[in-house]
Design a protein. Structure first.
Length: 170
């Protein structure tokens, strides 16, 4: 998944009336304003009441293979080239953010999106503190550790124990 792919997907969704927020690895890169590593997928936060339109729009663009259907929590789709998009539906909240229904019935709150940059273009993305919260509760991978170390370095987010000693490897 390249910068141009991300921007194309975001434009398709915006044109369809379903603007999305960039999350995950691309969300970290959007926050720091540069592509820091290769990405295999694109994580997007979308409004749950716009999920059907988002799915139809992505399907028309070739993202018609369902990889994981964990709705109402998440849905991962791919195209024939192997590019993957993970959709995270939320119900809008009064603060401009929204709540994602988790498999155990609890909710995860995403605050309102913040501005970021991908390929020189402004995008809406998940803030640094929420990025960190999204990376808790499982054994982090090397790329998770690197992404969280980058957020710590650039934004001062406090790293929990499982991310202590992480290095950017630069």
């Amino acid at each position: 998944m390249r910068e141009t792919d991300v921007l194309e997907v975001l434009e398709l969704l915006t044109d369809a009336g379903t603007p999305a927020w960039v999350d995950g690895g691309w969300g970290v890169d959007a926050l720091v304003g540069e592509t820091t590593r290769a990405h295999t997928d694109l994580d997007l936060v979308v409004l749950a009441d716009q999920l059907d339109v988002a799915r139809q729009t992505l399907s028309r663009a070739g993202f018609d293979r369902v990889l994981r259907d964990w709705l109402p929590t998440a849905l991962a789709v791919a195209d024939a080239a192997g590019r993957e998009i993970d959709l995270h539906p939320i119900t809008a909240a009064a603060d401009g953010g929204g709540d994602q229904l988790l498999p155990d019935g609890s909710r995860f709150h995403y605050p309102a999106p913040v501005p970021g940059r991908i390929g020189g273009h402004e995008v809406r993305c998940v803030d640094a503190a929420t990025q960190l919260r999204c990376h808790l509760g499982y054994e982090p991978t090397d790329k998770d550790r690197r992404d969280m170390a980058l957020l710590h370095q650039r934004f001062g987010v406090a790293l929990p124990q499982e991310y202590q000693g992480s290095s950017l490897g630069r």
